[in-house]
Design a protein around this ligand. Structure first.
Ligand SMILES: *[C@@H]1O[C@H](CO)[C@@H](O)[C@H](O)[C@H]1NC(C)=O
Ligand SMILES: *[C@@H]1O[C@H](CO)[C@@H](O)[C@H](O)[C@H]1NC(C)=O
Ligand SMILES: *[C@@H]1O[C@H](CO)[C@@H](O)[C@H](O)[C@H]1NC(C)=O
Ligand SMILES: [Zn+2]
Ligand SMILES: [Zn+2]
Length: 552
């Protein structure tokens, strides 16, 4: 997507850059020769010479993998030039070197591949560049570049849970054996869940986190009752309403307005510059006509949202916009201001720089069918994104959109203060199209929904061990223990209202919540309360009474 923002073109790549390749090769060679680790490798190589040829080949392969790993580590700590211009220069330089080395025979394949890999690191659209490499770079070298790429990706993917959640959150992601499997053995099917990393007292706060994206319910947008960014209740006459905002969003403070605007609101519903000044963007002049067209598409999207009251599409839209904002920030010459930082949990020290998508990639998602209304909302969103920056609509191609919507549908948590509200309008249309969010108070009591990075991994139980709370009167989630929890125990929350209501019998309540879980998350609850193993035991009856928090 950012390829459309910076103008490195394929032409840049194909033009040969005059670089003293011989000097580079010599530098590489001398560096290797003077490196003690490399000399040690040579000595090892000598010892090996008499061994069986096949084994040697095998080891050589392994050695190459290790060499590549080592090289990859080195490349990863090399600084990437900060400005777009310098990156372009860096890119051209390394492609040039790669090209020169690649014609000098097999001995130079690895260094050539490393150069191409360096160029790849700074290229805004790596997939596109890989396709170009495939056509233009000699095959053995291309293969090494691909090895490096998959090594890097694998390491990021596998390393993720070393850094998230960070230790101060008192939870970790663990694989545990599936409950209730006959003959539970070490080999049984496993579930990936959140467990406590220390003993917890009833009522203890375990961690808090800000949402990745959040959206007020549509009937509250534009009413000045709650801040569209942080969900805080707004005092009379204190709301800020940006003039050109087509969703008519309102904010509790200048800070919230600014954060919302830079993270997603401006891109989706505003008319400010699409990306900040000072970033090298596509220099294509935006005609006034194009701006009018952009506003028309934004208006159509806003009208659709107001008419349908659907918010999952907006959660997806905001998520995409945040990804764009994140990419743009990388290109900004100025250091990030404190305000613009994401406010997501800081990873443990030494973490790679994971992106928004890294955090959401692993989450479970519902399989969403591309029915007519879904196609329509996808279309409207595509239009808005493509009119903001050419090519951006690819972020929400139908496949990607269905998956992202499925993630929001499965993971979004309802935000409710003081037990929730009574005036949320009943959704219209077929019940299968209703949107559900995880909330122990019921989706009908929430004021909005939000996606949280760590809390998404909480499993459901009808007698949950923890509950989400919002004691600051904002959408910052504080996770609180319902009862004593021991270190290593799985943490569970109720995705839906589980109490028996009024004169409802326990059995009716059981049926109702199981229907809701099946509809909203498509699973049959196997928790102990549902399975009847713990009938009559505390659990459902001791669910937290929803009066503990209050909006300030
Ligand atoms: C959306 O919410 C408004 C209340 O703000 C309500 O009047 C309207 O009927 C709702 N529309 C649908 C389709 O649910
Ligand atoms: C992550 O990004 C910061 C600046 O944005 C940079 O200083 C740091 O070196 C990066 N870390 C890694 C492991 O790439
Ligand atoms: C937790 O995350 C893992 C992937 O990292 C996923 O497989 C698992 O289903 C998630 N659990 C829940 C309850 O969402
Ligand atoms: Zn606010
Ligand atoms: Zn249950």
């Amino acid at each position: 997507m950012v390829s459309k923002v910076i103008q490195y073109t394929t032409i840049v790549f194909i033009s040969t850059v005059a670089i003293s390749s011989i000097a580079y090769a010599a530098w590489w060679d001398s560096k290797r020769r003077n490196d003690p680790a490399f000399r040690k490798k040579i000595r090892k190589e000598h010892k090996r010479i008499h061994k069986h040829a096949k084994a040697a080949e095998e080891r050589a392969k392994q050695q190459q993998t290790e060499d590549l790993k080592e090289a990859l580590e080195m490349i990863k700590v090399e600084p990437v030039p900060p400005t777009a211009e310098e990156r372009e220069q860096y890119f051209m330089q390394h492609v040039g070197v790669g090209e020169q080395l690649s014609v000098q025979g097999p001995a130079f394949y690895v260094p050539a591949a490393l150069s191409f890999y360096r160029a790849l690191r700074v290229y805004p659209s790596p997939v596109e560049l890989i396709m170009i490499y495939q056509k233009t770079v000699p095959e053995p070298i291309f293969k090494i570049v691909m090895d490096l790429t998959s090594m890097d990706t694998r390491e990021r993917a596998e390393g993720y849970y070393h850094y998230f959640p960070p230790p101060y959150m008192n939870v970790e992601v663990k694989q545990i054996l599936q409950l209730g499997e006959p003959g539970e053995s070490e080999k049984g099917p496993r579930r990936i869940v959140l467990v406590a990393t220390k003993d917890l007292q009833p009522g203890e706060e375990i961690y808090k986190e800000h949402p990745v994206v959040a959206q007020l319910d549509m009937d509250l947008e534009g009413t000045s009752r709650y801040c569209s960014h942080c969900f805080k209740e707004i005092l009379p006459f204190q709301s800020l309403s940006p003039v050109h905002d087509l969703l008519l969003s309102t904010y509790c403070s200048g800070e919230c307005e600014m954060l919302a605007s830079t993270q997603s609101q401006n891109l989706l519903f505003g008319r400010g510059p699409r990306v900040p000044d000072g970033v090298a963007l596509d220099q294509k002049e935006r005609s006034e006509e194009a701006e009018i067209e952009r506003r028309a598409y934004q208006q159509a999207f806003a009208d659709f949202l107001k008419a349908s009251n659907w918010t999952q599409v907006l959660l997806v839209a905001r998520f995409c916009a945040r990804q764009v904002a994140e990419e743009v920030k990388k290109l900004e010459p100025q250091p990030l201001s404190l305000l613009e930082r994401s406010r997501l949990p800081e990873p443990a020290a030494g973490s790679p720089n994971y992106t928004f998508f890294d955090h959401v990639e692993r989450l479970k998602y519902l399989d969403i069918k591309p029915i007519e209304m879904v196609m329509l909302e996808n279309h409207l969103l595509k239009d808005v994104l493509s009119k903001a920056v050419d090519g951006l609509e690819e972020l929400v191609s139908l496949d990607k959109y269905l998956m992202m919507k499925g993630k929001m549908a499965y993971n979004a948590i309802g935000v409710a203060f003081a037990g929730g509200r009574d005036d949320k309008p009943e959704p219209k249309g077929h019940i299968e199209t209703w949107e559900w969010s995880r909330t122990p108070y019921g989706t009908n009591r929430q004021i909005g929904s939000a996606l949280y990075r760590v809390s998404s991994n909480l499993t459901h139980s009808c007698s949950p061990s923890v509950r989400p709370t919002f004691p600051t009167g904002t959408n910052e989630l504080h996770l609180v223990a319902n009862r004593a929890i021991s270190k290593g125990e799985e943490l569970t929350m109720a995705y839906t209202y589980t109490h028996a209501d009024g004169d409802e019998s326990e059995e009716d309540a059981r049926r109702r919540r199981r229907t809701r879980l099946a509809r909203g998350w498509r699973f049959a609850c196997e928790c102990e309360t549902c399975a009847g193993k713990k009938e009559g035991l505390p659990g459902v009856a001791t669910l937290p009474q929803p009066i503990l928090e209050h909006a300030i």
